[in-house]
Write a protein that binds this ligand. Structure first.
Ligand SMILES: Cc1cc2nc3c(=O)[nH]c(=O)nc-3n(C[C@H](O)[C@H](O)[C@H](O)COP(=O)(O)OP(=O)(O)OC[C@H]3O[C@@H](n4cnc5c(N)ncnc54)[C@H](O)[C@@H]3O)c2cc1C
Length: 381
C-alpha cells in the first residue's frame, strides 16, 4: 500500500490519541506515527479514576500492554508535552525535539476548572486520583464542589469508603446540565438515600482551614475538598498558532482544524459541538483516521455516555435539548427506570438507571426520530 501521508504526529496520549493510532493502523496505514504525551505514564483509562481506582479496588487501568506499542509501531514520547504547532511549516515543537508532520492530530483533552480561593483536590489524572485516595479515610468528611458526573461519582465512591460527603452545586440538582431537572431529582434521591448531604443551589463563597462557607452563610466543616466544576479544553500550548480556538479547537465535521491538522476528543469542537465523553473520543479518532487516509467515513453514531454511582449504571443516549419533554418509564420489581426525551413528539434521547438492554435498543429509534408515545408503550409493556 502506498500511504497518502508520510508521518502522523498525535499530540495527547489519552483515549483519543491512542485510538487515533490504533485506527490508523487498523485501516492499513504503514507510515510513521509519533505519539506525544504530557504525563509520565503510558496511556491509561480515565473513567475508573473516580470509581475502582479511587476506591482502591484497582490500580491503574492501562489501555494497552507496554509491548503493544512496538506492535503498533508507534514512537511514544511520554513526559514530553507539545509546546507549539506551526501550521505553515508543519512542525510540532516539544521539549525532546521538534517533530515535522504530514498530518497532525490534537488530542490534548481538558484540564479541570478551579474554584477561586479554594486550593482543593482536582481529579483528571492518575496522579490526581492517587493523591485524592490517599487523603480520604473512613469517618473523614469530604466536600465535593460540583455535582456533575465526576463530582457525583466521587461522592458515591467516597460513601463506599466510609467517608461522609457534602455535595455542593450552584445548580438546582445533581447532573442537571446533562439530564435535566426531572432526572436530576432521581439522582438527588439516590445520593440522599446513600447518606450524602446535598447542598444544591449553593455556591462556595469562602474556604479557609477546613471550613467551606456557602453563599447563604452556612458553614461546612470538611477534611478534604474536591473541586469538580468541569473542565476547559487543554489548548494553552496552541496560543499564538494559526489554529482557531473557541471553547476548544474549532473543527469542521471531519475534525479538520487547519490543512493537515485535526482534533479529536474533549479538546475538539466539531461543527460547533464539543463533547466530554469517552465514547465520543474513540468515534472521532476513527473518523479522523479515515479522513487522513482518504477512506470512506464511518457512519455517525448516536452520542453515548455512562456513569457508575453506587450499584447503579446510568447510561445516556442521544443529545436532547434543554427544553425537550421528559417522561419516566418504570417497570418490574426492581423499578428499573428509563427517562425518554422528545421534541415535538419525536424521540431525541434516553437515560437509563441500570436498564442497559432497554436503553441500548433505543439507538436506532433515536436516529429515526421515532414517535415517543410508541416508545413509551413499548418500554412499559
Ligand atoms: C475521573 C474521570 C471519570 C470519567 N468517567 C467517565 C465515564 O464514566 N463515562 C464517560 O463517558 N466519560 C467519562 N470521563 C470522560 C472521559 O474520560 C473523557 O471524555 C476522555 O478521557 C477524553 O479523552 P481525550 O483523549 O480527549 O482526553 P484525555 O483522556 O484527557 O487525554 C488527553 C491527554 O493529552 C495530554 N496532553 C495535554 N496537553 C498536552 C500537550 N501539550 N502535549 C502532549 N500531551 C498533552 C494529557 O496529559 C492527557 O493525557 C471521565 C473523565 C474523568 C477525568
Amino acid at each position: 500500500m502506498s500511504d497518502p501521508v508520510g508521518r502522523v504526529v498525535v499530540v495527547g496520549a489519552g483515549i483519543g490519541g491512542l485510538r487515533t493510532v490504533e485506527r490508523l493502523r487498523h485501516r492499513g496505514y504503514e507510515g510513521q506515527i509519533v505519539l506525544l504525551g504530557a504525563e509520565r505514564h503510558l496511556p491509561y483509562d480515565r473513567p475508573p479514576l473516580s470509581k475502582h481506582v479511587l476506591r482502591g479496588e484497582r490500580d491503574t487501568v492501562w489501555l494497552r500492554a507496554d509491548n503493544d506499542f512496538s506492535v503498533l509501531n508507534v514512537a511514544v514520547r511520554v513526559d514530553d508535552p507539545a509546546q507549539g504547532l506551526d501550521v505553515e511549516r508543519q512542525v510540532i515543537t516539544a521539549g525532546q525535539g521538534a517533530v515535522p508532520y504530514d498530518a497532525a492530530v490534537i488530542a490534548t483533552g481538558a484540564v479541570p476548572r478551579r474554584v477561586p480561593g479554594v486550593a482543593g483536590h482536582v481529579l483528571r489524572t492518575l496522579d490526581d486520583a492517587e493523591r485524592l485516595r490517599a487523603s480520604l479515610s473512613p469517618g473523614g468528611r469530604l466536600g465535593v464542589i460540583g455535582a456533575g458526573l465526576i463530582g457525583c461519582e466521587v461522592a458515591a465512591s467516597a460513601r463506599a469508603m466510609g467517608v461522609d460527603v457534602d455535595l455542593i452545586d450552584v445548580l438546582a440538582g445533581p447532573l442537571i446540565r446533562v439530564v435535566g431537572p426531572k432526572v436530576a431529582h432521581l439522582v438527588a434521591e439516590m445520593h440522599t438515600e446513600h447518606g450524602v448531604a446535598l447542598h444544591m443551589s449553593s455556591g462556595v463563597a469562602q474556604s479557609a482551614g477546613g471550613r467551606l462557607t456557602l453563599g447563604d452563610g452556612r458553614r461546612l466543616e470538611v477534611d478534604v475538598v474536591l473541586e469538580a466544576i468541569g473542565a476547559t479544553p487543554d489548548t494553552g500550548w496552541l496560543a499564538g498558532s494559526a489554529i482557531e480556538l473557541d471553547d476548544g479547537v474549532v473543527c469542521d465535521l471531519d475534525g479538520r482544524a487547519a490543512p493537515n491538522v485535526y482534533a479529536v476528543g474533549d479538546v475538539a469542537r466539531w461543527g460547533g459541538r464539543r463533547s466530554e465523553h469517552w465514547t465520543n473520543a474513540g468515534q472521532q479518532a476513527d473518523h479522523v483516521a479515515a479522513v487522513i487516509l482518504d477512506q470512506e467515513r464511518p457512519a455517525a453514531e448516536v452520542a453515548y455516555w455512562w456513569s457508575d454511582q453506587y450499584d447503579v449504571k446510568l447510561q445516556g443516549l442521544g443529545s436532547p435539548g434543554a427544553d425537550d419533554d421528559v417522561e419516566l418509564v418504570r417497570w418490574g420489581p426492581k423499578a428499573r427506570t428509563i427517562a425518554v426525551y422528545s421534541n415535538n413528539g419525536r424521540l431525541t434521547g434516553a437515560v437509563g438507571f441500570s436498564a442497559a438492554g432497554g436503553v441500548m435498543r433505543l439507538r436506532a429509534d433515536i436516529t429515526a426520530g421515532a414517535d415517543v408515545n410508541e416508545i413509551v408503550d413499548r418500554l412499559a409493556s
